[in-house]
Design a protein around this ligand. Structure first.
Ligand SMILES: [Zn+2]
Length: 350
């Protein structure tokens, strides 16, 4: 969840989960299929215990239910169906402990209120051709940086964070989630817009905070009849009575055919074709972010954008946008599943 309007969100039951729970579980299910029967599978199980890979993939979003304002308790169990299996006392204590160590112990970015939340994304201008730490919208603890830190911890190398991981288990649990987030194109690439709705380049002109589109949360989608089939789960602001759908939310949802139950031998075969990464795994997330940034350019192509209306812009989707989005989502989920399996194999090798 991007805390766009903290007060509004506090007042609604909405908690937008990147990719939605389905997308994260699709990524984890693909990876689980790819490591099945290998030594990596046993090493993952040794760290996760009775937490399955698909359930672990939801942990970092469900941890957002821990309330710093209420002494790091978990005030609303049962609110999100997908989080219920993580709501045992021991598991809540584990999430609360992570949030406590990753709450204000970082430099908090634009429109954010807690360190662990901002590890789920970056906001690189679509004009950039690749992810490089230092561009506007990047941070050492953005989604690529946080993944790098998690990988270093799993490799047994020094890594102070933020985020701070107390154990390989915790680093693994967060990594499983963030590999998914990094492949959601709007978690990496961002539009920066002037008051007329024209693109600006914050790395050239300097950042005007008014041009920030909050990962597509400030882009409200017109003509909801053109939206892809509704995603299940809570990430549907329109149905939650929270105004028009946001472009970010549209990208978090996955259609029926991309849900975890649809991972089959054919899809796994597709994932096996994803090119192997080489070199130090700690350097892989930045490369993955570059690929996700490229996909975000396609996600923003052809949108008609209004002048700014208060805190948002209205976007109209071009014809054929649904099909384009679905193809990108399939590609990104496949890449994420394959890369998750690759990094697990590489960092849990011996
Ligand atoms: Zn997330």
């Amino acid at each position: 969840m991007r805390s766009v309007l903290a007060t509004a969100l506090l007042a609604t039951p909405l908690l937008a989960h990147a990719w939605g729970a389905d997308g994260h579980q699709t990524v984890a299910t693909l990876a689980a299929g790819l490591i099945k029967g290998t030594p990596t599978e046993a090493r993952v199980a040794a760290l996760l215990g009775d937490l399955s890979l698909p359930l672990a993939s939801l942990w970092a979003d469900c941890a957002k239910g821990v309330s710093p304002a209420q002494n790091y308790t978990y005030p609303s169990p049962g609110k999100y169906a997908e989080c219920v299996p993580l709501e045992t006392p021991a598991r809540i204590a584990e999430m609360a402990d992570y949030v406590r160590r990753n709450d204000k112990q970082c430099q908090i970015g634009l429109d954010e209120d807690s360190c662990h939340r901002q590890a789920h994304y970056a906001d690189i201008a679509v004009q950039r051709s690749r992810y490089v730490l230092g561009f506007v919208g990047t941070r050492a603890d953005d989604v690529a940086g946080a993944l790098r830190t998690a990988i270093l911890v799993l490799q047994g190398k020094p890594a102070d964070g933020p985020p701070h991981f107390k154990s390989k288990r915790e680093a693994l649990i967060v990594l499983v989630h963030l590999v998914g987030d990094l492949h959601q194109p709007l978690h990496v690439g961002s539009l920066y817009l002037d008051p007329q709705g024209h693109r600006v380049d914050p790395d050239k002109t300097g950042l005007d905070v008014g041009s920030f589109t909050v990962g597509g949360n400030s882009l409200w989608v017109e003509r909801p009849t053109q939206l892809p089939p509704a995603a299940s789960g809570p990430a549907q602001p329109a149905s939650a009575g929270f105004g028009p759908p946001k472009l970010h939310t549209l990208w978090d949802g996955v259609p029926e055919k991309l849900k975890p139950q649809r991972v089959d031998a054919a899809w796994l075969a597709q994932a096996r074709k994803v090119r192997d990464n080489t070199g130090d795994p700690a350097d892989w997330p930045a490369r993955w972010a570059t690929q996700s940034l490229e996909q975000s350019r396609l996600a923003f192509e052809g949108l008609s954008i209004s002048a700014k209306q208060g805190s948002h812009w209205t976007v109209a989707l071009p014809p054929g946008y649904n099909a384009r989005a679905e193809a990108i989502k399939r590609e990104q989920l496949t890449q994420a599943g394959a890369r998750l399996a690759m990094v697990l194999k590489a960092v849990l090798a011996d």
